[in-house]
Ligand binder design. Structure first.
Ligand code: 5AD
Ligand code: SF4
Length: 477
């Protein structure tokens, strides 16, 4: 029977990857995706616990799902509700207590068991003659990796995610990830290469390697090297991935400044498929706050990494995450962050007010910062970051860029592609170009996107001779 599956994904790209894998897992059970929760036989919330707001959303969304579930039951149908992801991991049984209409709670490391959980729920339901049994909770950290049990991805998209690393051992004092995603784990390089080859054979032109600490990657090498090293770092993995024919673009996220080793930095200079854009969160520009955050590096170390990367690839563009109002943050700490931003000049960035998370060391720290102060600091920081983003985008106006058209735009006939520097460019283009790399001339810039005009293949060819000149101009950015 054809059954409908609704999945809502919160938070990071790793959750997007996990949701896609849940779809792959449930396809053989007869489930196909729906965007409409009202018609769902199965509804899954793949949740995020990183900040309090994200967690609260889950409970309000569950309330809405319940209404759909009730309506479906009234009309003789049913809806099984599952809560996965980091809220599932952190809250476990508490979710069933607060929302007894939920059937399954699971974490980021146990979702490969979904088919078993569904079968068990159905068996219990039969025993109870159709009445809903008590919800199942599966939030342990299994010894075997979920990757060994997941089916081959079925994606045929042109831009895809590939998880290579999971979890985190860094224990930044504000962060729940080490508790919800568990200890650091790197997939064996052979598995990553196999998955990448498969995705490229199905049409992927761009692969973004994912991991909470992706540049801490140290996967088992497919063979022992003559130097006796049996592990590959991310740099080596990228060199090897760049040998895959048809793979045009490689990206990775999210990185920690401490794990930017020379091999990875050199890859930025030597691997043309590695895109000149790096998300490298610094969180704060103040050394005392960085220390309280347990980041184990100083602002100067971060700036040195940025400099090395710029030496390797002069046009590389940067993005970062910032937290304002970490406990104990004073005005001069905030100013130090603004200073660091002025020195780096970011192409884009994400910034958040510090959010107290249960069980984390920073949650118990004294000197929590007032909400009003946090709001004012966030406003200042975002004002500066927005200025930098606009000026970065403006510096590209007049150049020709290659964009990968991988999203439909808001308007009819419109598609959106990303430049190598991760800028969004909506263009009017024929449907046949969806999923393709095309050349555009950038005509004007906004804060969050650039206006581009597609070059017809004739003019694209004519333009080709001028491209190196335009790209050189980008190098000065
Ligand atoms: N409060 C605010 N922001 C946080 N982040 C992680 N934990 C918290 C928190 N407790 C931010 C960090 C991280 C990004 C994914 O989320 O900036 O890099
Ligand atoms: Fe969280 Fe820090 Fe690990 Fe990133 S490095 S996932 S911020 S603990």
């Amino acid at each position: 029977m054809n059954k409908k599956l609704y999945i809502k994904t919160y938070g990071c790209q790793m959750n997007v990857y996990d949701s896609d894998r849940m779809v792959d897992l449930l396809k053989p059970l007869g489930y196909s995706i729906t965007e409409d929760p009202a018609e769902a036989d199965m509804a899954i919330l793949n949740t995020c616990h990183i900040r309090e707001k994200a967690e609260q959303k889950v409970y309000s969304d569950l309330g809405r799902l319940r209404q759909h579930q009730t309506k479906r039951r009234e009309s003789g149908e049913d809806m099984m509700i599952g809560v996965g992801g980091c809220v599932g991991q952190a809250e476990g049984q508490e979710i069933i207590r607060q929302a007894p209409y939920v059937s399954m709670v699971f974490g980021p490391q146990t979702y490969h068991r979904l088919p078993e959980m569904i079968a068990q729920m159905n068996r219990e339901k039969e025993k109870k003659e159709g009445k809903k049994p008590k919800g199942l909770v599966d939030t342990d950290f299994p010894l075997e990796s979920k990757f060994d049990s997941l089916p081959t991805p079925t994606s045929t998209a042109s831009s895809v995610f590939l998880s290579v690393q999971e979890g985190c051992d860094k224990f930044c004092t504000f962060c729940v990830v080490p508790y919800t995603r568990g200890a650091e784990y790197s997939r064996p390089a052979a598995d990553v290469l196999k998955e990448a080859n498969n995705l490229v054979s199905k049409g992927a032109l761009e692969i973004t390697l994912l991991g909470q600490n992706v540049n801490a990657y140290h996967g088992q090498a497919p063979y022992s090297s003559s130097h006796g090293t049996n592990e590959w770092g991310l740099g080596r993995l990228i060199y090897e991935l760049s040998q895959i024919k048809g793979l045009e673009r490689i990206r990775y996220m999210t990185s920690h400044p401490r794990d930017m080793d020379d091999e990875l930095i050199n890859a930025h200079g030597e691997v043309p498929q590695l895109m000149p854009f790096l998300h490298l969160p610094v969180q704060s520009g103040s050394d005392s706050i960085l220390e309280a955050m347990n980041r184990k590096h100083k602002a100067r170390d971060y700036l040195e990494v940025i400099e090395k990367l710029r030496k390797a690839r002069s046009d590389i563009a940067f993005s970062s995450d910032f937290i304002v109002g970490f406990p104990g943050e004073r005005e001069d700490d905030h100013k130090a962050t603004l200073d660091l931003i002025r020195q780096v000049k970011y192409a884009q960035a994400y910034s958040f007010k510090y959010s107290k998370r249960p069980g984390t060391p920073a949650g118990a720290m004294e000197l929590q910062v007032d909400e009003e102060v946090k709001s004012r600091r966030l406003h200042e920081l975002q004002g500066l970051l927005n200025e930098q983003q606009l000026s970065f985008n403006r510096s590209m106006v007049g150049t020709i860029q290659v964009i990968l058209l991988d999203r439909k735009g808001k308007h009819k006939g419109q598609m959106i592609g990303k430049t190598p520097y991760m800028q969004s460019v909506p263009v009017t283009a024929p449907e046949s170009l969806f999923g393709k790399l095309v050349k555009v001339r950038l005509e004007s810039a906004h804060e969050n996107s650039l206006v581009g005009a597609l070059l017809s293949s004739d003019s694209a060819n004519a333009m080709f001779s001028h491209m190196s000149e335009s790209l050189e101009r980008n190098d000065e950015v």
